[in-house]
Design a protein around this ligand. Sequence first.
Ligand code: ADE
Ligand code: ZN
Length: 353
Amino acid sequence: MDNFAGGSTVPETETDAAVPGVPAKPLPVAELHLHIEGTLQPELIFALAERNGITLPYSGLEELREKYEFTDLQSFLDLYYANMAVLRTEQDFADMTRAYLERAAAAGVRHAEIMMDPQAHVSRGIPLEVCVNGVASVLATSQEKFGISTMLIAAFLRDLPEESALEVFGQLLAMNAPIGAIGLDSAEVGNPPSKFERLYDQAREAGLRLTAHAGEEGPASYITEALDVLGVERIDHGIRCMDDPDLVERLVNARIPLTVCPLSNVRLRAVDTLADHPLPAMLAAGLNVSVNSDDPAYFGGYVDDNFAQLTTVFDLSDFDRARLAANSIHSSFATEERKAELLAELNGRELAS
Ligand code: ADE
Ligand code: ZN
């Protein structure tokens, strides 16, 4: 399928020359929707538990993996927060971040905007400096070591009171934490964006970029609220916009980026199967959609796996995939210079190989 509009970068060819048996080189992409705590692989969970002398409530990898059967967002969040217990030292946060970047580089990720949930760590007695510095120390050399430019996004838990978010946000500013944006995540239904109006006002005042999860499980009206009340530039997920044609028209006209996570939506039962995912309809509507992995250790795949499964199920062409990659780069908070570099890499990839 290649009948969708939008974006200014037109892929140069309709087909890449495929060499039988040789895996295609992944497209250069920006990953815009990624929770670093959602990259903790079961093996790393056990290794960190051992290093920190923590007894996990699972006898081994197999029993842990059996828990990766989710019925909705909350059933995933319960396990996701529980597994964070193994993250105790700066080294733990650094090791988790390094493991993600290594895997992301192999997936073609060339720019990553990485969310972390500071409140989930502070509430366990982990100092803010430990989690922020652990992740940030690895991000600082990411471009040099992995070829991936990065931005750290502080995400706030919407099922906690706004006062908690304001307190932690104040501490992040006071420590001069190297964050470029804020986000809003965790249990969506019953926690509308408007609950966080003051937080977003303060973040805007501080010169930060603004994004928020909306329309994952929650209604299309949460997307409208995130735009109108919080003033976000980008929507994480946003798939429920398809319930509201007027909202779709608004998102298309304003080129609002939607950071869609197809495998996540399947595993959290936002859609029944990948074949039922609205991504093709969103593209056909002209929405500015990118493909992202959300919590890849929990949902069965990184960004390349998302692309591969979408390609199989929807018969995406090279043109479609290049359009999605271009959307991700255009929708990033990277500098214009970095975006131009990545778009040139994307457009020149046939020549380089
Ligand atoms: N935190 C981590 N992954 C999330 C998701 N998919 N939705 C909301 N909060 C999250
Ligand atoms: Zn998410």
